[in-house]
Design a protein. Structure first.
Length: 302
């Protein structure tokens, strides 16, 4: 074997050694992955994400996927001659749109199950209806009625615990029921946060369409690789965060305050972004951490 080939092999070994402490630290811990956006519309990226999550399971994590399907839902809505409408980032969902959304989300759900199964890991696709997982009230946007959009009031994670105990990887579609058993569409970010809080997740990872969090989205030098929940709240209060990132970051800080140890905002368009963030020292996205952990990191104690 020549020196170049030997160096390649050694570099691979170094990557595995770098990952070892993270594998030890997060073994048997819950990690919730919110999957959507552009990473879902590209078949190659889809397979990369599923490979990442499958690997997490095989090295001892307890992953749960919560997926969206917004772009696909909009495509099918337009096929019926309707125009997709949004208020504050929430889809206006009449009865016909609700039917389309449930159809599309179930299709996406089973597609992801198939990809996991192809990699030799057992997966089960469910929606928030199953086992009373996601119980909702009707959600309003600034007091406006936006139809069958659910606001999660309670999570019953028993079905998730049962599946994981039996060595299945749960894949959750964001659909829920109210007290009258009416079906509601749920924002996938909301669903992922609620699930993460309910299972006491060590990590919650959002796969998005941007590199992470910027103090000024127009200034690439303002990228934030690590921030505490309190600092994130301050950015929101001071008006630095807007658009679709505002509800996402609010969800992130709420998750931290409700027991999730760390939240990651990652660019799902980067192949294997999940593994790079979790198993390498520097990571590639934005990590939102509890205040006390942030202070320790700044002091070099962790």
């Amino acid at each position: 074997m020549n020196e170049q080939d030997m160096n390649k092999i050694l570099s691979k070994a170094e990557v595995l050694i770098e990952a070892l402490p993270y594998i030890q630290k997060f073994n048997r811990k819950y990690i919730v992955v919110k999957y959507g956006g552009s990473a879902m519309s590209n078949e190659m990226l889809q397979h990369n994400v599923i490979k990442d999550v499958t690997l997490l399971k095989l090295v001892g994590f307890k992953p749960i996927i919560v997926h969206g399907g917004g772009k696909e839902i909009s495509r099918w809505v337009e096929k019926t001659g309707k125009q997709a409408q949004f208020v504050n980032g929430l889809r206006v969902t009449d009865a016909e749109t609700m039917e389309i959304a449930e159809m599309v989300l179930n299709k996406v759900n089973k597609s992801l199950v198939t990809m996991v199964q192809e990699l030799g890991v057992n997966a089960v696709g469910i929606s928030g209806k199953d086992g009373g997982l996601l119980q909702v009230d009707k959600k309003y946007a600034d007091g406006k009625d936006i139809g069958f959009v659910g606001d999660i009031k309670e999570v019953n994670p028993k079905v998730l615990f049962d599946l994981i105990e039996k060595d299945f990887l749960p894949i959750v579609a964001p659909i829920g029921l109210d007290n009258h058993f009416q079906t509601y569409n749920i924002n996938a970010d909301d669903a992922a946060c609620a699930v993460a809080k309910a299972v006491g997740a060590e990590k919650l990872a959002f796969l998005t369409d941007i590199e992470g969090l910027y103090k000024d989205i127009n200034d690439k030098s303002s990228f934030i690789s690590r921030i505490s929940a309190s600092q994130a709240d301050k950015l929101i209060e001071e008006g630095f965060i807007g658009g679709g990132m505002l509800p996402k970051l609010t969800n992130c800080t709420n998750a931290i305050k409700n027991g999730v140890n760390r939240v990651h905002i990652l660019d799902g368009r980067i192949p294997h972004c999940l593994l790079l963030e979790i198993f390498t020292r520097n990571g590639i996205g934005t990590a939102i951490v509890q205040d006390e952990d942030f202070e320790k990191m700044e002091k070099g104690e962790v």
